[in-house]
Design a protein around this ligand. Structure first.
Ligand code: 6R9
Length: 665
């Protein structure tokens, strides 16, 4: 049995940043890597110094593996740094948030208006009994109030835990109970594909299931507000009938009438800023803890350098704030940099499958940050849609969430970036808080499918199973496990209430490094290629094969829009490859096509990677952030009862897949 992952990904195309981009880039010193490597603490200090501290730290780092404290003794407030300091420095009239609702309503907030509104929300939270150290669960639509509620929590020192506004009542209750949330902030509802999702009612159900620590539910108006209706829709009162006096409080009553003055709590650098639950694609959700000073330092630095964020940019990250990407690269990093950004409430195909391109055209978005799953969906919908819009404002594109298949990268580059925009493929995790492996767009040439290099100061490398650094591999045929061998400021500080699990999951595999759980390889140029979760890597006749590579070979076939690959138990081979394949519009499933696609994988990678089973399907199970849940596909393929499905985006997908699988195998 081989220990390392055999890789077959061969990609020789290289894209240099243009001379024009290079000349103006925030990161332009090619020695930035060497300098940061020579003195990582000094490097991070140079970024911490760009923040506003009410008291300076006395010690940069206290490291007792696996526990880190950064900027010890320092005091600051994250909300002050993301909002007030821009007003103080004269940028109060700059637009901070452009909130586009799904029905098309647009609401802009300048930094001054954000400061006033955040202060009102903070005063409203105080009025319902929230103070420093109390945990607030947030279950809201994607829009300005969500970002401002997170900032209001930070302002008064109340850690937030944002729950994706599409999770079930059980998920809310589990999370609120796990962290002992004292209040839940929600809205009457949100728009999703022209329909109303009744968020408050889902919170009511969670309360009925039992959230013993929650005394108050604060409710914002969204769908019941004039101006946000699609024509002809009645204005229902979504709170009627379920309103619990004494527990439920309208934001209109306690926030809208509150003072626009609310002092920022002075927080310790190591005070908890938020808890965010992540399941990755496996297992029971873990409450990942992030603290104030280090987290803000890491997200501020990465936003400025990776997205090349400038004062005149219009930035749009399409993630939801219920995901870490929305915390680090909508709220904290971008707002700490004082940027103007778009927040969009709804689905990518609401009012037409070109909604994203229309938003870019309308708001003149210059930096777009999205996920490979979205890019593959747009590929499936065809080029005519983006070609019909003016995308000339774009100057930089980002990708996050999964390895981006070279085919999807090339499409993003050609069709969306019009071959002008650098692409930053950013590898990171809820646990890392900020981007860890990524190009710096003015310095690093890119290769389709590679996240390129560790961010300056980040100790990313690749270990074999025994903890040996496998170094750069000249023939590019061997992969291993991605590790981070030194602490970084935005690292998680633990799992809420479960220190053992924290040690066990991240720090027990290797004695001297953080184990990320992802397979990776490094090529002769030192570029990193992420190969997917280690749990997903297959062992076929003694070869460790990455699901990502087989999926990339599948989507390279002209008929394939999207693919999910798993290893299923096999008597002879150990595991056999099963592929779930979604075909593009205009193609019909048939046995010939099935054989053709199997052969295509054989040609691209080698016969060992040819799938035994190839199942045509309309959809694959994904998490809310778009990651394929291969664990559920394995359950289906091996005929097991399904494990935890609470983080699924659409539970119906699994039932129809089970039927398709049973029919075809
Ligand atoms: C930010 C985020 C983390 C896992 C991570 C990895 C996968 C994220 C990636 C990527 C390859 C990239 N992942 N970005 N894999 N290339 N650019 O996604 O956080 O939801 O915690 O997921 O996502 O497997 O370990 P999170």
């Amino acid at each position: 049995m081989s220990d390392t992952i055999e890789t077959f990904l061969e990609e020789s195309r290289v894209f240099e940043p243009s001379a024009e981009f290079k000349a103006a880039a925030n990161a332009s010193d090619p020695n930035i890597y060497e300098k940061a490597e020579a003195d990582p603490e000094g490097w991070w200090v140079s970024w911490a110094e760009t923040l506003d501290w009410s008291q300076k730290w006395h010690t940069v780092l206290e490291w007792n593996q696996p526990f880190a404290k950064w900027f010890v003794g320092g005091k600051l407030n994250a909300c002050y740094n993301c909002v007030d300091r821009h007003v103080v420095s004269g940028k109060g009239d700059k637009i901070a948030l452009i909130g586009e609702g799904e029905p098309g309503d647009v609401r802009n907030f300048t930094y001054s208006q954000v400061k006033d509104r955040v202060s009102q929300i903070a005063n409203g939270l105080k009025a319902i009994g929230i103070g420093k150290g109390d945990i607030v669960a947030v279950y809201m639509p994607m829009g300005p109030e969500l970002a401002m509620t997170m900032l209001a929590c930070a302002r008064i020192g109340a850690p937030h835990t944002v729950i994706f506004g599409g999770f079930t009542a059980e998920s809310i209750a589990d999370r609120a109970n796990n962290c002992g949330a004292k209040a839940i902030v929600t809205s009457d509802g949100t728009w999703r594909r022209g329909k109303i999702v009744e968020l408050k009612r889902i919170v009511d159900e969670a309360m009925e299931l039992g959230c013993s620590t929650v005394d108050k539910v604060l409710v914002f108006d969204r769908v019941g507000k004039p101006g946000t209706m699609t024509s002809g829709m009645a204005t229902p009162d979504y709170n009627a009938g379920t309103w619990v006096d004494g527990r439920d409080v309208k934001a209109a009553d306690v926030c809208d009438t509150a003072s626009t003055d609310c002092p920022c709590e002075e927080m310790d650098a190591e005070d908890l800023l938020f808890i965010l639950y992540t399941s990755g694609s496996t297992g029971k959700p873990k409450g990942i803890m992030h603290t104030t000073g280090g987290y803000l330092t890491g997200t501020t630095a990465t936003t400025k350098l990776v997205f090349d964020m400038k004062d005149e940019d219009i930035y749009w990250c399409t993630a939801d704030c219920g995901w870490v990407t929305g915390h680090s690269y909508i709220v904290y990093g971008p707002m700490s940099n004082g940027c103007t950004q778009v927040m969009y409430e709804g689905a990518p195909d609401a009012q037409g499958k070109d909604r994203f391109w229309k938003i870019i055209e309308k708001h003149k978005v210059s930096i777009l940050y999205t996920a490979p799953t979205a890019i593959r969906t747009f590929m499936k919908w065809g080029e005519d849609l983006p070609n019909g819009c003016d995308l000339s404002s774009l100057r930089l594109l980002g990708s996050v969430g999964e390895p981006i298949n070279p085919e999807a990268w090339m499409w993003y580059h050609r069709v969306i970036g019009r071959e002008r925009c650098p692409i930053v493929d950013t590898w990171w995790q809820t646990e890392t808080g900020g981007i860890m492996v990524t190009p710096l767009p003015g310095i690093v040439s890119t290769k389709p499918g590679s996240a390129t290099r560790p961010f300056p100061g980040v100790g990313a490398t690749i270990y074999d199973e025994d903890g040996n650094d496998i170094g750069a591999d000249s023939d590019g045929e061997v992969g291993g496990l991605l590790v981070l061998k030194r602490p970084w400021p935005s690292m998680l500080r633990g799992i809420w209430g479960d220190e053992d699990r924290y040690r066990d999951v991240y720090w027990s595999k290797f004695s001297d490094a953080y184990f990320a759980g992802d397979g990776a390889k490094r090529d002769a140029d030192g570029f990193f290629w992420l190969l997917g979760r280690v749990d997903d890597i297959m062992l076929v006749s003694g070869h460790n094969i990455s699901t990502m590579e087989v999926e990339s070979a599948l989507v390279d076939h002209p008929a394939v829009a999207e693919a999910a690959v798993i290893g299923k138990q096999h008597e002879v081979k150990g595991q056999a490859i099963a592929a779930f394949v979604i075909i593009k519009q205009g193609f019909e499933p048939s046995d010939e096509l099935r054989q053709e696609i199997r052969m295509h994988v054989g040609q691209k990678i080698g016969p060992v990677a040819r799938p035994d089973d190839l199942i045509f399907t309309a959809d694959v199970p994904k998490t809310r952030s778009g990651k394929i849940m291969r664990r559920l596909l394995r359950d289906i393929a091996e005929g097991r009862l399904l494990g935890d499905t609470t983080t699924l985006a659409d539970p119906n997908v699994v039932a129809s897949l089970q039927a398709e699988h049973d029919k075809e195998s």
